[in-house]
Design a protein. Structure first.
Length: 421
């Protein structure tokens, strides 16, 4: 149960923060966000906000989504459909009920013949099945429509649709999701650094701590010793020292240190430990840490950048030498959540930061269906001076989405085989 809760919390936080980026900048651009959903699947609760957005909580607590007006939405009305119309005192439609689950006592039974909810905002049809007398009603710009599952959302006139916003506003809206993931990653790494009490001082060779009964302690190394040289090779950073130690398992090293006002040489043999398919040396010492407020803030940014660079390098390796084993889907995330749940809050925060950065980078790939693919289409529009036709854009998006779903199925199946068989 603990693993499931950690998985759901981590996955949902990362996705909802991503979607909030799209939501916020869409609202700033004047685009109607018809629904902001937390979770997936059947609706459990909904609230109609004064800003025109319906906020819903759905049954499956995994992620969430935003529905922007005009963004690849299917038509909710069709000719011949039986609906209920609610009119105001001016005989203008303020609500259209298409759901069999919701009964509106003051609604007029209406068979739809034709409609225009984009520009003219009219609906034409027959009241109480009287096909001899077609009636046309005006539809209010902010009218509501009750969908089949009972969710009430605003209609989507053309002036509040995604494509009606300026190009730079649409680009910012598309980029905002990954941007929020990067911001979340930075915040989490800063929190991790504060919880650790500081950030490793990579530019120092002062020993911050020595593991009890480790080879370093047995040899006589102490906290506060400053390493000057190893095997007569001058050492100026902690990374340089780490590299030499790792490269010399079971090989005696002559470490020159400064302790107080004195210098001395201590001989120590790094212990050989398994690291993947090879053995590396380990002394059992830790670097000193910087504990200043701004050191911690900068350290959080640095760890975020290191994570970003590491993922980009892994992505380059994946492109040059593709393997499903280098990818992970929901099953892999669940497995990592299980390990993190058993290792404490710090590991959960680290896992969330890593997944958030991965999601941000992955979504910026120029693949149709992802935010990066949408940004690429925005760039094409800017170069051409006009957007692609909705038909072409729809086909490109559908093909990209299909390929992503196929990849997700393959990755998930591969994860199941790796972790359970």
């Amino acid at each position: 149960m603990k693993t499931i809760l950690v998985f759901l919390i981590v996955f949902s936080v990362v996705v909802v923060i991503h979607e909030f980026g799209h939501f916020y900048f869409a609202k700033r651009a004047g685009i109607l966000v018809r629904e902001f959903a937390i979770g997936m699947g059947p609706k459990l609760y909904s609230h109609q906000g004064k800003d025109g957005t319906t906020y819903t909580i759905r049954a499956l607590p995994m992620g969430g989504y935003v529905r922007m007006a005009g963004a690849e939405e299917e038509e909710e009305l069709k000719a011949g459909m039986l609906v209920g119309l609610v009119l105001n005192e001016q005989n203008t439609v303020i609500k259209i009920n298409t759901s069999q689950k919701v009964q509106l006592p003051n609604a007029i039974p209406f068979e739809v013949a034709k409609y225009d909810l984009l520009d003219n905002l009219t609906i034409t049809g027959f009241v109480n099945g009287d096909e001899s007398n077609p009636i046309t009603y005006r539809v209010d710009h902010d009218a509501m429509i009750v969908e089949e599952d009972g969710t009430e959302v605003r209609i989507a006139p053309r002036d509040v649709q995604f494509q009606s916003a300026k190009l730079w506003q649409r680009m910012l809206t598309n980029f905002a999701g990954p941007m929020n993931n990067f911001i979340l990653t930075i915040i989490l790494f800063i929190a991790i650094v504060f919880l650790r009490g500081g950030v490793v001082d990579e530019q120092s060779t002062v020993i911050g701590d020595v593991s009890p009964d480790g080879v370093a302690q047995v040899a006589g190394l102490k906290k506060g010793d400053k390493v000057l040289a190893i095997n007569q090779e001058t050492i100026s950073t902690w990374t340089e020292m780490q590299t030499i130690i790792k490269e010399n398992p079971n090989e005696e090293l002559h470490i020159e240190i400064q302790r107080g006002d004195q210098t001395q040489t201590i001989n120590v043999t790094p212990k050989a430990v398994e690291a993947g398919e090879q053995k590396v040396g380990q002394l059992g010492i830790q670097a000193s840490i910087k504990t200043g407020f701004w050191d911690k803030i900068i350290g959080g940014f640095q760890e975020s950048m290191n994570t970003f660079v590491g993922i980009i390098q892994a992505l380059r390796s994946l492109i040059s030498n593709f393997s499903l084993d280098q990818l992970g889907g929901p099953v892999a995330i669940f497995q990592m959540s299980s390990q993190a749940a058993n290792q404490g809050v710090m590991t959960v925060l680290l896992l969330t930061a890593m997944i958030s950065m991965n999601l941000g980078i992955f979504n910026l790939l120029p693949i149709p269906g992802l935010d990066g693919g949408k940004l690429l289409l925005n760039v094409v529009e800017g170069v051409r001076g006009k957007p692609l036709s909705q038909e072409k854009e729809g086909i490109i998006t559908l093909v990209g989405f299909g390929l992503l779903m196929l990849l997700m199925v393959l990755v998930t199946w591969n994860d199941i085989q790796r972790f359970f068989f």
